[in-house]
Each structure stands twice: as C-alpha cells, then as structure tokens.
Design a protein around this ligand. Structure first.
Ligand code: RB5
Length: 153
C-alpha cells in the first residue's frame, strides 16, 4: 500500500515513529513534509496530502498535527475523504471496519509513540466491513451534496 504522510511542526515529533511503523508494515511511504520543527500552517500540508490521495498518487494518507484536530477539519472538507482522528487501538479498528477510513489522523501532543505505532499497524491491516456501513458512507456524500445544492446560496 502507498501511504502519503504529512504533518505540521506540531506533528513533526511523531513523524519518524509513524513513518517507521508504516514501513515496518510493508507500506511504501510518500513523505509530503513538513521536514523540521519550524512553524508552518497545517492546512498547507493537509491539502497537499489530500490532493495526492484524490489524484491516486497514494492509496491512503496519514496526517499529524499537535492535536490532530486541525488536520481532521481540513481533510474532511473534501468529498471522498474519510479522515479519522484516532487516540487508541479501538478507534483505529472501528475507523476501518465501520468508516472505511482513508485518512488516519494523529495528535503528537495527545498520543504517545507506542500507542501511535499500534494505531498505525491496526489501521493498516483492518478491513472495511461494507454492508450497512457502505450505505451510511454513501449517505454522507449524497446528503452533503444535497446540502450544498439546496441550502447554501
Ligand atoms: C500548532 O501549534 C497546532 O495548532 C497544530 O499542530 C494543530 O494542533 C492544530 O489543530
């Protein structure tokens, strides 16, 4: 699996841990920055990774910021992105089984390295269950589109 990996300065301290966990699980990692602890704006990196995902340059993406919240807000603005902020192994498993997560989000200030490694490993290997969950995912896209068409002028 090809995984796009992006972070801001807040997420940078966790980036090596995540990259190593991805590689250990057999993924090919596409590093989309940032590359040091200098202050940057997380939307720049969130949308860079989302673009790579939407263009098919990678199969899924992982985003890291301080809390994971800003990256989640950005990524979930784009139709087709299912960004899931995970704090533990249960979140990671459910985000795949029920939500078909294609964008794992982590907070480097909220999640320790050992837990982050486990989250990455579980998120990579857990399959989507489909069925009623697929129906619900389709509703997200259709209801959001209907909202934009009919209620936002
Ligand atoms: C950067 O200080 C911090 O605001 C950012 O990494 C993230 O946590 C935003 O949601």
């Amino acid at each position: 699996m090809r995984i796009g990996l992006a972070c801001d300065h807040g997420g940078y301290p966790l980036k090596d841990t995540v990259r190593n966990a991805l590689a250990k699980s057999g993924s090919e990692v596409m590093d989309l920055g940032t590359d040091d602890a200098a202050s940057v704006d997380y939307p720049d990196f969130a949308f860079k990774a989302v673009k790579a995902l939407m263009q098919g340059q990678c199969d899924r993406i992982v985003l890291i910021c301080g809390t994971g919240i800003g990256m989640s807000i950005c990524a979930n603005r784009i139709p087709g992105v299912r960004a899931t902020l995970c704090h533990n192994e249960f979140d990671a498993r459910m985000s795949r089984q029920h939500n078909d997560s294609n964008c794992l989000v982590l907070g480097s200030r909220t999640t320790g390295t050992a837990v982050a490694e486990d989250i990455v490993t579980i998120w990579l290997k857990t399959e989507f269950e489909g069925g009623r969950h697929q129906t619900r995912l389709e509703k997200i896209e259709s209801l959001a589109q209907a909202f934009i068409t009919h209620h936002q002028r």
